[in-house]
Ligand binder design. Structure first.
Ligand code: F6R
Length: 240
């Protein structure tokens, strides 16, 4: 496992974006696993800037980690809307090469199976991850058991509270989500986890030097042969 610490969040996001850029330039048909959340916004801003300076996305496929259940893709709080606002609307990524789980369907089992088919057909070259203050990755929340494949998850109170900042009120945050599972995440050839800010310091410490356990889903990344943690100093403050 590689750990890169930058003086500030700007440097960490810029470095993360350059890792994505390198993958896009090196591969003829790269598949990116993408995350949403506040941490990722500056990464997408950098990628959009790179695009304005010539980086092309026309040969890229993207597969997002998760989506809230019950929100239409047109809902401004959905992760579909997040991706359009911060990334898709500003780059030349083909419409039919962007995958996000469908959280607005009545047949969630079929939606999960369909997403696993997509993942099987498009092995991920570079998986971008954020981390929850409780150590979640994607929406794989701390639990006694973790699921390997795409599944429906009940969000924890911690996560609902954290994500309330994106909604008008905490009561508006959906309580369930559909997320890629741990096996699918760990199947990516390379994983880059970006964490910034002191609120992530404990989760980062437990993920990197704690025991591997399902109550800290990010600690399972220790099992992967090519993981890079990209941190600012605040997120790295509890590391030895
Ligand atoms: C979202 C996702 C989540 C976030 C995590 C951190 O697609 O995968 O695991 O990465 O909740 O969110 P922020 O960056 O908002 O702190």
């Amino acid at each position: 496992m590689e750990v890169r610490v930058f003086p500030d969040a700007y440097g960490a996001a810029l470095y993360t974006a350059t890792l994505v850029e390198t993958t896009i330039r090196q591969l003829s048909s790269p598949v990116l696993g993408l995350a949403t959340g506040g941490t990722m916004i500056p990464v997408y801003q950098h990628l959009v800037q790179f695009h304005r300076r010539g980086l092309r996305f026309e040969h890229v496929t993207t597969i997002n980690l998760d989506e809230y259940i019950g929100l239409e893709p047109t809902d401004r709080h959905s992760y579909h809307a997040f991706m359009r606002e911060h990334f898709f609307d500003h780059v030349d990524l083909p419409l039919d090469c962007r995958y996000i789980p469908s959280g607005a369907t009545c047949d969630l089992t079929a939606a999960c199976q369909a997403y696993d088919e997509i993942l099987r057909a498009h092995p991920i070259d570079l998986q971008l991850l954020g981390i929850g203050v409780n150590g979640h990755i994607g929406f794989n929340e701390p639990a006694d058991h973790l699921k390997p494949h795409t599944h429906v998850v009940e969000l924890t109170e911690d996560t609902i509270r954290q994500n309330a900042r994106f909604f008008d009120a905490e009561e508006r945050v959906p309580t369930r989500a559909i997320t890629m599972g741990l096996q699918s995440i760990l199947f990516a050839k390379r994983i880059v986890l970006l964490a910034v800010g002191a609120s992530k310091a404990q989760a980062v410490r437990e993920a990197i030097i704690g025991d591997i356990r399902t109550t800290v889903p990010a600690s399972l990344l220790q099992l992967h042969p090519q993981v890079t943690f990209v941190l600012d100093e605040a997120a790295a403050q509890q590391l030895p």
